[in-house]
Design a binder for this molecule. Structure first.
Ligand SMILES: [Cu+2]
Length: 814
């Protein structure tokens, strides 16, 4: 029996092709300037373009069905659950909620609702011992604007389904701060934008002269104004922000972050009354002016030399550029007009070698099984990853993504994005079959609920097997050659968070290895080139590549034969020693030194120089028959592990303690499910979750352990980052691999091995072990993706609940 994972939904479609600005509106209430601006950039497909789309019989593979052993208890809220929770919230009169669609910055409104990830200590008795199923609870983030000191706060609501027993209670137990209350110093972003435009208007003659453009908030603008993130508080009661001018592309290409203009101003936006706001100073060509008057006086005196402007041109476009480019008179790659090799499944649907329970997002491939969940903050994550029937990873997923910039100008210096604030879920748009994933992939949808709208990203998670392009095993001698194909299974999603595109892979291998890969593409955020050679390369006429660190923090809750585990460090080190056979002579050699990291006091770790240490989660109580503890090793792969260069960040203060080291080990606690919180960014000096608080001296000896590791890169963009950063080099990965876990390499249990015996007379025997080989004909035309089926998102307004009128509206994203 087969089923089709693609939903059959016929909709008027907005084609969402491009990411938003680097500075995504914090709350893009429909109708806000930002929302209008973003919407204006999104082309709408015509009826002809979408006709006949989504019959459910497109290129997507219909995977064989399997029934999950138990329901996916981590799965996101259903649309109906979200609607019920939002209606319940509106019935709580003390919350004084306004429907999100009508809410302004002085109202209280629902920012997002989501599942409370059930506690591990509640889940394991249910999963392993058939005890009571964990209750399902929701969490809600509420925007409290009806006060002079606006804030955001989270509650939990449950149990679900909503009944007379359901309550609204505190979610403070999920914080290190003791409260989910988080002061919001940027509640009036629409007004601050207006204020910036007015400031700019007051020097329009100078802006015209220096930048040849206008920023007024109108649709006709050719300049945009935005700046630091998060905002600064030089004193606890003061809010200031530096902003700069960016040129708005007139073409479809989203290259605004490649066109900084080099003029900056600083404003004091303390409090909620714009009458109390003021300009603090201006910066141009590294000269600071402490008032608008002094800046104007310098301009009028002719003291301002004009900088090179970053203007739009083909250089920001990602299309094929034609035969004439800056790098050669005829630079078209020879042969590139021909169709490239394609991947095809060998036997159509019958050949699919994995099984899917679509409703429960449960997957089985070879010796692995796992559940998929999806979160607004962090996107896709996996639960209960089992290998040969044993759980090896309870939870695996992204927790936070930092992009910390530096520069001699205040905007680059003041930029340190915490991307779960914007969320990976809202931007995990539909994957493009045949490009993001093979056309034969199985695609799954994902859903999140923000601003009282449920948004479904169709086909935003893909599952596929493919040949890695190199063997997993080979050997040959003068009598035989033996080879095993390296076929792996990948779960993939991609999120366009502002200017950047992140691709996330979880890949499973025949030897029991799991690999976590993150890759970055999209537009860099660049700096205007002036006096910043210490902060990046000069990559275009007026452009600096603006160096920055990407640090993506992952949680890997590894369980080896139960939850009583230890963290082993096996180090190879040089020694000089004598042996009974060395005739008293010292030999210079090396040894293996075994130790344990047995306390959280010592568990903030760096990857050792020369990779001379192996870190493993092992179970001391479960040695193999040779006495070695069975375990799984964690090991950097492509690009390796890393941590942030900047320590004690002036921007993030207490909100980047997950980025100080390459990896960490803590004792699992239900109260510490995530290294960060999406609301930290509102007030980074006082984070809701401070990762440093997880380290309180607890034992790591035969306890339930969690590893937190960082992937990313020190990104100093060079000319090859124009127009977009490329995945080939902008990637990092981690492998979780069996280490003395089994007694031999398990890939020997794959039938996809061949041995050819030969001698001087030629091939004597071919051993194929009963494996099937591809048969039949391939219709290569069928591998071409259905481009016109691409849809964008599907949104359903939840309050008032109107499921019969889904509409596409990707702008309303918190
Ligand atoms: Cu980068």
């Amino acid at each position: 029996m087969f089923l089709t994972p693609r939903l059959v939904i016929l909709l008027p479609t907005v084609l969402f092709l491009l990411g938003a600005d680097a500075k995504i509106p914090r709350v893009a209430h429909p109708g806000s300037k930002q929302a209008k601006y973003l919407a204006s950039k999104r082309p709408t497909t015509t009826a002809a373009q979408v006709s006949g789309s989504f019959t459910g019989t497109g290129w997507s593979a219909s995977a064989p069905e399997v029934s999950a052993p138990y329901a996916n208890i981590w799965q996101e809220l259903t649309n109906d659950e979200a609607a019920d929770v939002i209606a319940f919230l509106h019935n709580q009169t003390n919350l004084n909620l306004t429907a999100a669609a009508d809410a302004g910055s002085w109202d209280n409104s629902v920012m997002r609702v989501e599942i409370v990830t059930p506690n591990k200590t509640d889940v394991l008795p249910f999963v392993d011992n058939s005890q009571r199923k964990p209750e399902r609870w929701a969490r809600a983030a509420i925007w409290v604007g009806a006060t002079t000191e606006p804030y955001v706060i989270e509650y939990q609501i449950g149990p679900l389904p909503i009944s007379s027993d359901s309550t609204l209670t505190s979610l403070d137990w999920l914080t290190t701060k003791g409260t989910t209350y988080q002061r919001n110093y940027d509640a009036d972003e629409d007004l601050t934008s207006e204020f910036m435009y007015n400031v700019s208007a007051s020097v329009q003659d100078i802006v015209t002269d220096l930048l040849n453009g206008t920023a007024s908030g109108s649709d006709d603008d050719d300049l945009d104004i935005w700046g630091i993130d998060p905002l600064w508080h030089p004193t606890p009661d003061t809010t200031v922000q530096w902003v700069t001018y960016w040129r708005i592309p007139s073409s479809i290409f989203d290259g605004e972050t490649l066109m900084p203009q080099g003029l900056y101003f600083e404003v004091n936006t303390t409090g909620r009354d714009p009458l109390g706001w003021s300009v603090i100073g201006w910066l141009y060509r590294d000269v600071y002016y402490n008032s608008t008057e002094s800046f104007r006086a310098a301009w009028e005196a002719g003291e301002l030399e004009k900088s090179a402007l970053n203007l739009e041109g083909p250089w920001i476009g990602t299309d094929y550029r034609g035969p004439t480019t800056s790098v050669g008179a005829n630079s078209t790659m020879w042969g590139s007009e021909k169709a490239p090799p394609v991947m095809v499944p060998p036997s159509g649907e019958d050949g699919i070698r994995y099984k899917v329970d679509v409703e429960n997002k449960y997957v089985e491939w070879m010796d692995f099984s796992f559940y998929i969940a999806f979160r607004r903050d962090s996107g896709m994550r996996l639960f209960d990853i089992r290998y040969r029937g044993e759980r090896i990873v309870y939870e695996l997923g992204l927790d936070e993504a930092l992009a910390h910039y530096a520069g001699n100008d205040p905007v680059q210096s003041g930029t340190a994005y915490l991307d779960t604030y914007y969320g990976f879920g809202p931007y995990a748009f539909e994957l493009l079959a045949g490009y993001d994933c093979p056309t034969y992939s199985t695609f799954l949808n994902s859903t999140f609920h923000a601003e009282e709208v449920s948004t479904t990203h169709p086909n935003s998670i893909c599952l596929f097997e493919n040949d890695q392009g190199y063997l997993i095993q080979r050997h040959s001698d003068d009598a035989y050659v033996a080879s095993t194909k390296n076929i792996a299974f990948t779960v993939r999603s991609a999120s366009t968070v502002g200017n950047y595109d992140y691709n996330f892979d979880y890949t499973f291998y025949l030897d029991g290895t799991i690999e976590i890969v993150v890759r970055a593409s999209g537009y860099i955020q660049s700096a205007h080139y002036y006096g910043n050679d210490d902060y990046g390369y000069h990559i275009h006429s007026g452009l600096s590549g603006s160096m920055h660190d990407h640090v993506l923090t992952f949680k890997a809750d590894i369980d080896i034969l139960g939850t009583s585990n230890s963290f082993a460090n096996h180090t190879v080190a040089p020694v000089t020693t004598t042996y009974p056979w060395s005739h008293g002579m010292e030999r210079s050699t090396m040894k293996l030194f075994r130790s344990y990291i047995d306390n959280e006091d010592n568990s903030k770790l760096l990857w050792p120089e020369n990779a001379h240490s192996m870190f493993m989660i092992v179970n001391k109580d479960a040695p193999n028959e040779f006495g070695e503890p069975r375990g799984y090793r964690i090991m950097p792969s492509k690009g390796g592990g890393m941590h942030a260069t900047i320590q004690n960040s002036s921007n993030l203060i207490n909100s980047m303690n997950f980025a100080t080291h390459a990896l960490y080990v803590t004792k699992q606690k239900d109260t510490e499910p995530r290294a960060s919180n999406a609301n930290n960014d509102y007030d980074p000096a006082n984070p809701v979750v401070d990762f440093a608080a997880f380290f309180d001296g607890e034992s790591l000896d035969q306890e339930d352990l969690v590893v937190w590791f960082n992937l990313g890169m020190h990104h100093v963009p060079h000319t090859g980052d124009l127009p977009n950063t490329v995945f080939t080099t902008a990637q990092g990965s981690m492998q979780i691999l069996p280490h003395n876990y089994l007694l031999h390499d398990p890939s020997r249990d794959s039938l996809q091995t061949v041995r050819i015996d030969y001698n001087d007379s030629g091939v004597q025997a071919v051993h194929t072990f009963g494996a099937s080989f591809s048969t039949g004909l391939v219709n290569l035309t069928s591998t071409v993706p259905e481009f016109w089926d691409y849809r964008g998102d599907i949104d359903v307004r939840k309050f008032p609940y109107d499921p019969q009128h889904p509409y596409n509206d990707t702008e309303s994203i918190v």
